[in-house]
Each structure stands twice: as C-alpha cells, then as structure tokens.
Design a protein around this ligand. Structure first.
Ligand code: NAD
Length: 381
C-alpha cells in the first residue's frame, strides 16, 4: 500500500505529517511513501530531503490523493480534501469529531475509514501515539518563549555591577501536559514559578519541577476543584470564588501568567478576569493557551496579541505547535508512524483494521460506511 501526505491547506499551517525520517520507518513497515511537492518546506524539509529518504514527490495533490491508500495529514480535511476520500482509503489526521459533526458525516458518506489522532485513548500503551500530548508539550514550551519575547526583562534574577535584578514571577494556571511543559521551561530559565490546578494530585509534579503549588485555604479540607476520572470538571461556586480571590491576590505580583486550563467537552473556564489584568504591572504578559476554546483570560482575542489599557500584553495565538513546525512535525510524524505500526501487524504494507484493539477502536471515527464515534470506553487502562 501507499501512504501519501499532502501540503496542509489550513491558512498558516506549517506542520507536515510525514518527515524524511518517519518515511524511512514507514517504508520498513512495507509502505511506499508519497509527498506533495513543498509539503515539508515550511517545517524545514525539502523535496530533496524526501527523495533522499526514498519518498516519491508528487506535484499534483489530486494525483497524490488518487494514488495513496492512506492519507496522513495534520489538520482535519477541508472541503475538497474530504471529497477525494473513498471506501478503500484510510485518513489518519487530527479530526475532532465532536466539534466537526458535518465533516464526520461527509467522511462516512465517502465510505472512508478515518483514524482521528485526537481520539487516541490516553492509556499507557498508546502514549507513543498521543499526538495531543506531543502538541501540548510544544505549546507549553512555546508559550514561555513567546512570553519571554514580549517581556522586557530577564527571567532569572541577577546581581550585576549595574544593580540587582529580581527573578521574574511566572504563574501557570492548569498543570496538564502543556502547563507542566511551561513550568519546566520557566523554572529552567530561572523564573520563580507558581502553578495552580484544580486537580490536587498534580501538586507533587509541580513541586518536583521546582515550582510552588498555589494552595487554597479550605477549613481542613483538601483542594479538589472537581475532577472525574483524573480529568477536570467544572468547579463549585465556592471553589471558584476562592480560586479567583487567590488570583486577585497574586495578580499585582506576577510578571507572566500562562493559562492552560481546559475542561473536556466544554468552553475554557474564564479564570484570569479583566480586573486581574488591570491589577498587573505594565509590561507584564499573559499567554492564553486556551484561546481556541474561548480563552481563560477575559481580554484574549484568538490569534491576536493585544495590549491592555494598563500596558499588559495578552497573547491569544492558537498556532503554538505550528510556530515550531520542525519540532512538532517530527513528533507528530512519529506519533503517526506508531499508529501505522499498530495498524500493520505483519509489517507487510497492508492495514489490518482491528476494531477489537482498544487503541485502534478508540481512534477510529468512521469505518466501512458507518460513524464509529464515540467509541465504547477502553477495556484496559
Ligand atoms: P487539558 O489540556 O484538558 O487541561 C489542562 C489542565 O487544566 C488540566 O490539568 C486541568 O486539570 C486544568 N484545569 C481545568 N480547569 C481548571 C481550573 N478551573 N483551574 C485550574 N486548572 C484547571 O489537560 P491535558 O494536558 O490534556 O491532560 C488531561 C489529563 O489527562 C490529565 O489528568 C493528564 O495527566 C492525563 N493524561 C494522561 C496521559 C496518559 O496516560 N497517556 C497522557 C496525557 C494526559
């Protein structure tokens, strides 16, 4: 069978789903690899690099879609791409079936099999295919880099002949994959880092990375802002009030706030309110990684960098992984390659779509002319 990767059509998307290195591994699984000319250029991979890795470079995307049995992509297909799918083809890409019901219907109508990389179950065995975590890790890293690029001071404290410089104070709200990555970068740059999450079990991870966990005062109680099965759930009004009061207390002291708080299946909770931005010092920076889901900060405008009336910079970019396209393409292409490994048990270039396998079943959202989303809960953990 052939695996083909087209150039991403989403405006500004610089990532690519196949790299020369991943193509070598895919060929070891028995696949022939195709790439659209220029598909890797924004991520630093030239057509020549692909040819050297044994990949056939195709000029016309229509020919690529027609010849490939498996289409590996980053973004969900756009109009025109989905029309090129057919019953014998498998699409492997981010798909977000809950947010894209029409697209799901179209893919089903085309009879294609769709493996959604965002639906890979988050169980230990599937970590190597967990593209959401790969991308969240990069987003967290890049959030700190963007913050630093907009912040007019050092992260680390210094004692110099010209005077003493205090370390920057960084608050990370939400310590999932992206938040923990942000904490790691901020502390390694020398900032004094604080972090908050509704899940008390992350306190240890936060502290082990050199940051201070922000506790809330409850009468002898444990800080648990509502979690279900290890995931965050909306907090009670009482918890939220305490949380906001704590943030109000911290706002004037913080130089950089990185917000990453998300609740599965919901809009992002509003946590860094307008009055908190107003209480920050001029030149402070807020980076809102939840911008795509409505933002954690009242002032966030998706895809924009704005400056508040009191001179606080609020960044709502939604393309952090694409801003590090070489790194994100490398990790994403590796996640895809691992998915293909599981789909190719005999390493003979032939997909065996085993719907009894929890990981494959969980990620498959259309198959054999039917919608297979949502999947049943995984049997193994
Ligand atoms: P996410 O992006 O959905 O959310 C980010 C963080 O925001 C979470 O830590 C959440 O608790 C927090 N949050 C939600 N509401 C908040 C609020 N009001 N205030 C502060 N913080 C708030 O999270 P994620 O990075 O996708 O991870 C979600 C869960 O999945 C975590 O439990 C994580 O450990 C787990 N996970 C497991 C695996 C695996 O086992 N393979 C891989 C990745 C993540």
């Amino acid at each position: 069978m052939k695996i083909g990767t087209p150039k991403e059509l989403y405006p500004g998307e610089a990532r690519v789903a196949m790299t020369p290195d991943s193509a070598v591994q895919l060929q070891k699984l028995g696949y022939a690899c195709l790439i659209e000319s220029g598909a890797g250029s924004a991520a630093g991979f030239s057509d020549e690099d692909y040819r050297a890795a044994g990949v056939t470079v195709v000029e016309d995307p229509a020919i690529l879609f027609a010849s490939a049995d498996v289409i590996a992509k980053v973004r969900p297909p756009v109009a025109g791409e989905v029309d090129r799918l057919s019953p014998e083809k498998t699409l492997v890409s981010f798909f977000y079936p809950a947010q894209n019901p029409d697209l799901l219907e179209q893919a089903k109508n085309r009879g294609a099999t769709v493996v959604a990389m965002d639906m890979v179950p988050r169980i230990s065995r599937a970590q190597k295919m967990d593209a959401l975590s790969s991308m969240a890790n990069i987003a967290g890293y890049r959030a700190v880099i963007e913050a630093g690029n907009n912040f007019g001071r050092f992260f680390t404290g210094q004692v110099t002949a010209a005077g003493k410089v205090p370390p920057a104070k960084v608050l990370v709200i939400g310590a999932g994959v992206a938040g923990l990555a942000a904490i790691g970068v901020a502390t390694s740059l020398g900032a004094q880092t604080y972090a908050f999450d509704v899940r008390p079990e992350v306190a240890e991870q936060i502290e082990s990375m050199g940051a201070e966990f922000v506790y809330l005062d409850f009468d002898g109680g444990v800080q648990d802002g509502a979690t279900t099965g290890g995931y965050a759930a909306p907090s009670s009004p009482e918890f939220r009030e305490k949380q906001l009061a704590k943030f109000r207390e911290l706002a004037p002291q913080m130089d950089i706030v990185i917000t990453t708080a998300l609740i599965p299946g919901r809009d992002a909770p509003k946590l860094w309110l307008a009055d908190m931005v107003a209480a920050m010092k001029p030149g402070s920076v807020v980076v809102d990684l939840a911008a795509e889901r409505g933002g954690n900060c009242d002032l966030t405008v998706p895809d924009q960098r704005i400056v508040s009336e009191n001179g606080v910079i609020v960044i709502g970019y939604t393309d952090f992984p694409s801003r590090m396209a070489a790194q994100s393409s490398t990790l994403y292409a590796t996640n895809i390659r691992h998915m293909m490994t599981d789909l190719t048990p005999a390493k003979d270039g032939t997909i065996v779509h085993n719907m009894e396998d929890d990981v494959i079943r969980g990620a498959t959202v259309t198959h054999q002319g039917a919608i297979t989303y949502p999947p049943p809960p995984p049997k193994i953990q």
